[in-house]
Every structure is written in structure tokens, then in C-alpha cells.
Design a protein around this ligand. Structure first.
Ligand SMILES: CC(C)(COP(=O)(O)OP(=O)(O)OC[C@H]1O[C@@H](n2cnc3c(N)ncnc32)[C@H](O)[C@@H]1OP(=O)(O)O)[C@@H](O)C(=O)NCCC(=O)NCCS
Length: 195
């Protein structure tokens, strides 16, 4: 198996209206603005929100994500509007198991950009990246059963529901949450491409 650090991974991918790219120093300002306008929208599902109290907090995270990307430990991508360049939210390949070639896709979008399909675009781009460039055997998405919008993204992107993992995580209030597990394997991805 090629050492992951030697794989040349494209740092920017796009559709006609959505760009996903590796974070760069300086992205913290946009990340902070997006989190700050979206706290109520993202907090129930993404407990890291309170960690962004200043632009420096966000910039520190951006630089940390950039470093982990270089080491192939975790690949966070920023999501941007292709026309305006505005920062829209975050996505990425997480919980990477290079031996199994398994990747989790995560996502969030700022409140003002929700409901336009940018997240579904981003998930499709990262799914293609995982299967076409990283020899993925498994790409998965987990979402809280009550997080209807998140589960809808997985379905819209063509992922298969494997089942519900009960009492899988604790939410921001310490409440146990059931997660739906969606995944794609190479054979499914290939058949989606020829349709
Ligand atoms: C989950 C979350 C990322 C979904 O965002 P979203 O904007 O609904 O997802 P998309 O960008 O794919 O947009 C889909 C919506 O745009 C509409 N849409 C418009 N044009 C579209 C297009 N070209 N392609 C796809 N959808 C389009 C869809 O019909 C859908 O609308 P609906 O919600 O009224 O059914 C968002 O709700 C969020 O950030 N939540 C908080 C954080 C979170 O829960 N993260 C996930 C943790 S598992």
C-alpha cells in the first residue's frame, strides 16, 4: 500500500457553483463569521461551536486542520461559493483508516447558505475523491436520527442506510443519541457513475 503521505491529493474540487478546498492560513476570519451567524443552527449537532469565541480561535483551528491534512491524519475542507468566494461551511474526510481505506464525511453550512444544495454538492465531490483517488473501500456518514436535514443529505447523495446505532454519542446536553449509519462501497459508487 502506498504510504498515504506520498499520495498526491487534489486540494481543490468544484462543481459549477460549489468549491471545496483545503484550509489555508487566513481562512479563520471567514470561518469565524460563518460560525458566529450560525450558533443556534449548528450547536445542537456540532458541540465545537463554543470553541470559536474570536477570529484567533477559528484561525488556530484552520491552521491545525491544515497541518493534519499534510500528515493525512484528517482532511478538513472549507466549502465556498464558486461565484462570490464566500466561505459557506465545513466538510471533510474524517476518522480515516488508511489500512481499511475507510473515510467518514462530515459537514455543516452557515445559516444564510443552507437549503441551496451546496452540502450535497460537497459530499458528492468528496465521495468521488475518496473512491477515485484514495482507493476507498468504505465512505460513511453518521447523523442523529432527529437531524432530518443531515440524514437527507446522505440520502440525496445516494448513500445506503445500513441501520441505526443506538445510544451512539452524547449530545451537547449529555443526552444519548441514536445515529443513522449511511455508507457507500466501491461497487455502489461505480454503478452510480454509469447511471
Ligand atoms: C445538515 C446541513 C449541513 C444540511 O444543509 P442543507 O443546506 O439542508 O443541505 P444542502 O446544501 O444539500 O441543501 C439541500 C436543500 O437545498 C435544496 N436544493 C436546492 N437546490 C439544490 C440542488 N441543486 N441540489 C440539491 N439540493 C438543492 C434541496 O431541495 C434541499 O432543500 P430542503 O431542505 O427544503 O429539502 C445543515 O442543516 C446544517 O449545517 N446543520 C447543522 C450542522 C449539522 O447538523 N451537521 C451534520 C452533522 S451529522
Amino acid at each position: 500500500m502506498t504510504d498515504p503521505i506520498l499520495i498526491d491529493i487534489p486540494e481543490e474540487l468544484s462543481t459549477d457553483r460549489t468549491v471545496v478546498r483545503r484550509y489555508r492560513p487566513g481562512d479563520g476570519v471567514g470561518v469565524f463569521e460563518a460560525v458566529d451567524e450560525s450558533r443556534e443552527h449548528i450547536l445542537p449537532w456540532m458541540p465545537w461551536g463554543p470553541g470559536h469565541q474570536t477570529t484567533d480561535d477559528s484561525e488556530k483551528l484552520v491552521r491545525t486542520w491544515n497541518g493534519k491534512w499534510a500528515l493525512r491524519e484528517d482532511m478538513s475542507f472549507g466549502m465556498f461559493d464558486k461565484q462570490t468566494g464566500e466561505y459557506l461551511g465545513g466538510t471533510g474526510l474524517h476518522r480515516i483508516d488508511w489500512n481499511l481505506r475507510s473515510f467518514e464525511i462530515g459537514y455543516w453550512i452557515r445559516k444564510s447558505a443552507a437549503g441551496k444544495g451546496h452540502v450535497t454538492d460537497s459530499v458528492k465531490l468528496l465521495t468521488d475523491l475518496a473512491f477515485s483517488k484514495l482507493q476507498a473501500n468504505r465512505v460513511f456518514i453518521r447523523c442523529a436520527v432527529e437531524n432530518v436535514k443531515s440524514c437527507a443529505v446522505a440520502k440525496r447523495a445516494g448513500f445506503t442506510l445500513e441501520g441505526t446505532i443506538r445510544n451512539s454519542i452524547k449530545d451537547a446536553d449529555g443526552r444519548l443519541v441514536d445515529l443513522m449509519m449511511f455508507s457507500l462501497i466501491p461497487e455502489e459508487w461505480e454503478s452510480m457513475r454509469v447511471v
